[in-house]
Design a protein around this ligand. Structure first.
Ligand SMILES: Nc1ncnc2c1ncn2[C@@H]1O[C@H](COP(=O)(O)OP(=O)(O)OP(=O)(O)O)[C@@H](O)[C@H]1O
Length: 515
């Protein structure tokens, strides 16, 4: 008896795809092949062209040149509807769900099931939605508005919606960027189950460890061109990084100063209660120091930082700035006291995306360029240009609209603005979310450079490697309170996780040198 081996069938082939936007050649001659039942990683630095390529596959943009071939047949997509009809489902970073409708209403939006009287058939839709989620192995409360579900659950609703539309190829654009490690693990489980059913997936992520956990093959884009393809089993992180950035990244983290900065206290928070009768949190920040806020998502890190600077409600707080008591009732007062915040959700809180890079960088920095009561636009433009280059924003120029930038480059614009501002204390909330490996290393170098110039940084991060690699001290959060402050050798992943997962928050204990 002869056993014939059938290699997995090619489901999608993109051939010679090119795309130009005004002033930017976003894609040049891209080839990509995805097989049935495989998870195919699409990698590249910020602005490499990943989202543009996926928007072409989704019919949102049209290629200037090239072909889309699905199951051997060339397809032309005039809009997303055509791509859906061809079996493509795209889960974008910003979900396309209606927040005040529930999961069932979102899944069947625009194609409600009706009964024989022509009335909406709620029961049928509920049944169908339930069946999709059962197949995915996820629990979703079908009765509540989408905005009351967690980000991870909303993502599963998006996936469920695509599957109910009979998607055979799912594109997941940075799906783990806003998930906790447990939620990401759950997503990978769902992805493996879908793969076993023959669904093909294109997975975009800046987390290379995830690529090795869940993907089969990889295609890398660099500056809008193919930089290579590889089998996951036959490649390494270093090889992928080199393919992405075209050079080796020797050292991500700059050396920490020895001994750790322990001089003047630029900020002291002797007591802050986020809720009445809740735990009292204390921390302080030394000149030239990077203090990390670590802990699981929802452990209170951002709430404490925002509460401290008046952007969020704090029940009771006292704040000393350079030893003097100050009132911080809103972020403007915080700014007046030299405290700047780089927010977590940059598109909502950090940028005016319809305006240019220059405007966004100069925003609230204009006073620095005032001469005799008038803004010196030459000086303002020069500063914006220099800051944009310093953080490596990839764009045709500083007069480019921020809305047309890739996600990572938008983040760099926010960072550039704060670098231009003379804040002595900078709060960076998830500064490298959505940022590629090369730019991450540059941002770490920049942060350390800033502290060398006397600035102090409070960094909230869910990425343990950057907390461990960059911070001089680390406050670990659990259940809405700081449960430990670590320094020296105590700053390691094991110790941080041990405190972060401790169930009963207590007042700060100190490992290493106290503060
Ligand atoms: N609508 C648009 N108008 C003008 N330029 C655009 C538009 N969309 C994307 N670009 C440009 O095309 C290039 C590729 O951007 P794209 O968003 O595809 O990158 P990406 O690889 O997805 O990056 P990231 O990892 O940061 O999300 C960038 O230079 C970007 O500024």
């Amino acid at each position: 008896m002869t056993v014939t081996y059938e290699p997995p069938r090619e489901m999608l082939r993109l051939e010679g795809v090119s795309k130009r936007f005004p002033g930017v050649k976003a894609l040049s001659n891209i080839d990509l092949s995805v097989r049935q039942g495989e998870v195919h990683a699409l990698l590249g630095e910020n602005g490499a062209g990943k989202s543009t390529l996926m928007k072409i596959l989704g019919g949102i943009h049209q290629a200037d040149e090239g072909r889309i071939v699905i199951d051997g047949t060339e397809c032309h997509f005039a809009g997303y509807g055509d791509a859906i009809a061809a079996g493509i489902g795209i889960i974008f970073q910003e979900f396309s769900l209606v927040p005040y409708l529930n999961a069932v209403e979102n899944i069947f939006l625009g194609r409600y099931r009706t009964n024989r009287f022509g009335l909406m058939d709620q029961a049928a839709m509920q049944r169908e939605a339930r069946a999709v989620f059962d197949e995915l192995g996820v629990q979703i409360d079908l009765g509540v508005p989408i905005c009351q579900l967690s980000v991870a659950q909303q993502q599963f609703v998006e996936i469920g919606k695509a599957l109910s539309l009979k998607a055979r190829l799912l594109v997941l654009d940075e799906p783990t960027a806003t998930l906790t490690p447990n939620e990401a693990e759950h997503l990978f489980k769902v992805m493996r189950a879908l793969r076993a059913k023959g669904v093909a997936m294109i997975f975009i992520s800046h987390h290379l460890d995830e690529i090795f956990e869940v993907c089969d093959r990889i295609s890398v884009l660099r500056d809008g061109a193919n930089a290579g393809h590889a089998d996951v089993a036959a490649t390494t992180v270093d090889a992928l990084v080199e393919m992405m950035v075209g050079r080796r990244i020797e050292q991500s983290f700059p050396p920490k100063p020895q001994p750790a900065p322990n001089g003047r206290k630029v900020l002291e928070v002797p007591g802050i209660q986020l809720v009445k009768d809740g735990p009292v949190n204390r921390f302080d920040l030394h000149a030239g120091e990077i203090l990390g806020f670590a802990g699981l998502v929802g452990s209170g890190r951002t709430e404490l930082a925002l509460g401290m600077m008046g952007a969020d409600r704090a029940h009771r707080k006292t704040v000393l700035r350079n030893g003097q008591p100050v009132r911080l009732d809103d972020p403007t007062q915080a700014l007046a006291h030299g405290i700047g915040l780089l927010p977590e959700s940059r598109k909502v809180e950090g940028l005016i995306t319809d305006f240019t890079i220059r405007f966004n960088i100069s925003l609230n920095n204009l006073g620095r360029h005032r001469r005799a009561g008038v803004v010196d636009t030459t000086s303002e433009k020069r500063a914006a240009d220099e800051l944009s280059r310093r953080v490596g924003v990839k764009a045709p120029g500083i007069d480019t609209r921020v809305a047309t930038l890739s996600g990572g480059n938008q983040q760099k614009v926010v960072i550039a603005r704060w670098l231009g501002h003379d804040c002595e204390v900078l709060i960076f909330d998830e500064p490298t979310r959505g940022i590629d490996v090369g730019a991450k290393a540059e941002i770490y170098q920049l942060m350390r450079e800033l502290t060398r110039q006397g600035k102090s940084i409070l960094m909230i991060s869910s990425e343990l490697p950057e907390i461990v690699g960059l911070c001089d001290r680390v406050a670990v959060f659990s259940g809405g309170a700081i449960v430990a402050t670590l320094s020296g050798d105590a700053i390691n992943a094991g110790e941080i996780m041990r405190h972060a997962t401790s169930s009963s928050p207590s007042l700060p204990s100190s490992s290493g040198s106290p503060s």
